[in-house]
Design a protein around this ligand. Structure first.
Ligand code: NDP
Length: 444
């Protein structure tokens, strides 16, 4: 049995019932096969893959909190500090009822390679809780965040582990988490990113993942003789990533006709009104039915369905495994030319292979959505300097980082004979730097 297969088998055996983690490990290690097999004995002797798939540290803790009626609830908190070879652990916190250790580990594992691709000095980590922020009052959100941070604050710091937002964790939650960290530790430091501008946030961080996705797509299309201008674009999700992906896609001349949330989806023949979407989702915190009610050109449908709409470009920006093989077949039959992931692992392995086999340009999330974490690292740099850069300065750095990521990924794919396979390119380019750093630091 090859070394790669041995490690995949070991991961499945040692981490039972962690399906998403198995999926992420398989996807990465399959891509790395070509690199590992060139020098298998050396990699195996140094147990590089075993060290990569085992987190440096895995924290699980109780989070008790009291609701507005005086009822006590208990949720589970997690932080997985996966790999610090190239810098402090960096990765978001997800608050969603589906959260479990397997999901946090898949996200943390992906984050190692994504962070490496940014070219910045950040290691990989991820955390969160099975807490559901939906329908909770601001006071309940604050109570939960304070309890969560009371435990987490013992393990994080500006030079050790710097969490950020993810699903269910936006500016409001980061504010409550930061306040509690400062209160307990007495430190005003860049321990969290995604902060508001008034207490150390970075301009462009809110927009960064969505904007970065479009900078990546733009570069990928141009390198293949195409252009966003005039293209019909289908987006899933209606959260932070989706909203700013829609905004930048429109600025670049594309027409975005869909968005979705976990209840249903919108088809808007006139193109999504991004200002209305922001008002509904960011300010009023309402469902997409409210968008449809205020817009004549919009149709609302229950359930899942954005991938049935004919388009040139598809951007999954909601959650993992939201685009499966049947969706991929529909998109290809409808003539899609590019798919790029705003969310983490939104495309199943079978669907990804189908796109690649059918000549669709495919941007994997660890490359195409890296703009969020890259801008978080820029926020850390500003915090260390006690300075704030302008929107234009950060946006330009973001754009340059995304263009560089595309070309590093493209070059790595070409070097190993997999031209236009950006999945393999991203995994190899991300892996090489992490392994260099691990080897240089000895057996730790
Ligand atoms: P938000 O919480 O802001 O938005 C998530 C969106 O996805 C919402 O519209 C939500 O609908 C929908 N959604 C969530 N879970 C499901 C589900 N199980 N089924 C269908 N729809 C669902 O999160 P973000 O926009 O920040 O994150 C979206 C994705 O992007 C995630 O995969 C995240 O890991 C990834 N990502 C985020 C980054 C960031 O900077 N924020 C950086 C890189 C990646 P509803 O409101 O109904 O729950």
């Amino acid at each position: 049995m090859s070394y790669v297969d041995e490690v995949i088998e070991m991961v499945i055996k040692q981490n039972p019932a962690e399906d998403e983690f198995h999926q992420a490990v398989k996807e990465v290690l399959e891509s790395l096969r070509v690199v590992i097999e060139e020098n298998e004995e050396e990699f195996k002797k140094n147990a590089i893959l075993e060290r990569l798939v085992n987190p440096e540290r895995q924290l699980k803790f109780r989070v008790p909190w009291v609701d507005d009626n005086g009822q006590v609830h208990v949720n589970t908190g997690y932080r997985v500090q996966f790999n610090s070879a190239i810098g402090p652990y960096k990765g978001g916190l997800r608050f969603h009822p589906s959260v479990n250790i397997g999901i946090i580990k898949f996200l943390g594992f992906e984050q190692i390679f994504k962070n490496s691709l940014t070219g910045l000095a950040i290691g990989g980590g991820k955390g969160g809780s099975d807490f559901d922020p939906k329908g909770k009052s601001d006071r309940e959100i604050m109570a939960f965040c304070q309890s969560f941070m009371t435990e987490l604050c013992k393990y994080i710091g500006a030079d050790t582990d710097v969490p950020a937002g993810d699903i269910g964790v936006g500016g409001r939650e980061i504010g409550f988490l930061y306040g509690q960290y400062k209160r307990i530790r007495g430190l005003s430091e860049g321990v969290l990113t995604g902060k508001a501008l008034s207490y150390g946030g970075s301009l462009t961080r809110t927009e960064a993942t969505g904007y970065g996705l479009l900078y990546f797509v733009d570069e990928m299309l141009r390198s293949n003789g195409e252009d966003i201008k005039g293209k019909t674009i289908v987006v899933s999700g209606a959260g932070n990533v989706a909203i700013y992906a829609i905004e930048k896609a429109q600025q670049l001349g594309g027409k975005v006709v869909t968005c979705s949330d976990s209840s249903g989806w919108i088809y808007d023949s006139e193109g999504i009104d991004v200002n209305l979407l922001k008002e509904v989702k960011e300010q009023r915190r309402e469902r997409l039915t409210a968008y449809a009610a205020e817009r004549d050109s919009a149709e609302y449908h229950e359930g899942k369905g954005v991938w049935t709409i004919k388009c040139d470009i598809a951007l999954p920006c909601a959650t993992q495994n939201e685009l499966d093989i049947d969706d991929a077949k529909t998109l290809v039959a409808n003539g899609v030319i590019a798919v790029s992931e705003g969310a983490n692992m939104p495309t199943t392995i079978e669907a990804t292979e189908y796109f690649l086999d059918n000549g669709v340009l495919f941007g994997p999330g660890k490359a195409s959505n890296a703009g969020g974490v890259a801008t978080s690292a820029l926020e850390m740099a500003q915090n260390s300097q006690r300075l704030q850069w302008t929107f234009e300065e950060v946006d330009l750095k973001l754009k340059t980082i995304m263009q560089n990521i595309f070309h590093n990924v493209d070059d790595a794919a070409k070097n190993y004979g997999f031209e236009k396979n950006y999945v393999i390119g991203a995994n190899i380019a991300g892996f090489e730097k992490v392994v260099d750093a691990m080897n240089a630091q000895g057996i730790v």
